[in-house]
Ligand binder design. Structure first.
Ligand SMILES: *Cc1c(COP(=O)(O)O)cnc(C)c1O
Length: 370
């Protein structure tokens, strides 16, 4: 057995002719930058999410940065986000000129703990960036209520949560904007970097589109300085093909997760805690993350059995060297501090088989029975 954490080759082979045709069409028409394939994908994606606007950008990091800039967030402002995420979530806050203010995670869902948000709000706070980490939607009712009460904007970081739902409503639609990454390993992945911002707000969307395009909506009419953040035609055409399969892939991820959960419950291992799913949520299962004892030894054991695993993330954001200047200690984020030593991501992708999942759980059972 050799089971990858994510197997992009397997996915490509299931849709090879569709993808190859799409790529060839872009080349035939030399529609490399902007052009009809980008327009088509933006329309397809807006429709799939059920929003008015989709602004495609170069990657998911730019999507957050541009959303912040479009809201006028910058110097002197504070933006609240979560202690456990990929660095893009906080890096872009700083890049916009504002200060990242971290909140600990909920012990069950591993997403931002709404009960700990209000104590971090000051008169400088302008926005909250909840991250639907691993594909699990944040507790949006509580976050929306807090945001309304304190007049804060919400930008949802949906880089790991395409098509996830909170109370039957798609994530990315709860605040002014949602941001997506189409990095190859994400649930909807391009063959390179790609990203998007979605919104129902006309003014915000126009501003974001302008910023992403050197501050111009019409060529050579630069109203402001912006950035160069474009989705290219090849990626757009690939994404349009893959988008038609995303529903099935998300269903498959959920089926795999529920098989994993069932097998772990049957195995009844005191050392393993499988993920919980909040009743109100449809999970996107970008990652299947368990918590374990003796993680280091287990990882070595699994590697020797041909099972590739990983940690998301080895160090919570406030404890990274990059944020040393904020002066945080593990005391400030006790759940994140504890979980950083326990979380483990098991293989998760739509093409994973029942046999492979059974093998993985079996090997974990074997490790703890020794
Ligand atoms: C991947 C990711 C991003 C950034 O996306 P890129 O396309 O790699 O720039 C942002 N936030 C989270 C939570 C991510 O997982």
């Amino acid at each position: 057995m050799n089971i990858q954490l994510v197997d992009l080759k397997k996915q490509y082979l299931t849709i090879k002719s569709e993808i190859d045709d799409a790529i060839q069409n872009v080349i035939n028409e030399t529609a490399f930058i902007k052009g009809k394939y980008v327009k088509t994908f933006e329309n397809d994606y807006a429709k799939a999410i059920g929003v008015k606007h989709c602004i495609s950008v170069a990657n998911g990091t730019d999507a957050i940065y541009i959303a912040l800039k479009a809201l006028g967030i910058g110097h002197g402002d504070e933006v609240i986000t979560v202690a456990n995420s990929w660095i893009s979530t906080s890096e872009t806050i700083t890049q916009a000129g504002a200060t990242a203010v971290f909140v600990d995670i909920d012990p069950d869902t591993y997403t931002i703990d709404p009960a700990k948000i209000e104590e971090k709000i000051t008169n400088r706070t302008k926005a909250i960036i909840p991250v639907h980490l691993f594909g699990h939607p944040c507790d949006m009712d509580k976050i929306v209520t807090i945001a309304k009460k304190h007049d804060l904007q919400i930008i949802e970081d949906c880089a790991q949560s395409h098509f996830a739902e909170y109370k039957k409503q798609q994530v990315s639609t709860f605040g002014i904007a949602g941001t997506f990454s189409f990095f190859p390993g994400k649930n909807l992945g391009a063959f390179g970097d790609a990203g998007a911002i979605v919104s129902n707000d006309d003014n915000f969307s126009e501003k974001a589109r302008m910023i992403a395009n050197h501050g111009a909506l019409v060529k050579h009419q630069h109203k402001i300085e912006g950035v160069n953040s474009r989705l290219d035609g090849l990626q757009a055409a690939i994404l349009s093909v893959k988008l038609t399969h995303l529903n099935d892939w998300t269903t498959a991820r959920n089926q795999h997760a529920s098989l994993y959960n069932t097998l772990f419950h049957q195995a009844n291992l005191a050392e393993v805690i499988p993920p919980t799913i909040n009743r109100d949520c449809y999970h996107a299962f970008h990652l299947y993350v368990i918590r374990v004892k003796q993680r280091g030894e287990l990882m070595t054991f699994l590697k020797n059995k041909g099972i590739n695993v990983a940690i998301h993330y080895p160090t919570p954001l406030p404890f990274l060297e990059a944020y040393q200047y904020l002066g945080h200690s593990e005391h400030d984020f006790p759940i994140s501090a504890q979980y950083q030593h326990e979380i483990l991501s098991l293989p998760m992708y739509p093409e994973l088989t029942t046999d492979e999942i059974e093998y993985i759980v079996d090997q974990i059972r074997l490790f703890y029975s020794n």
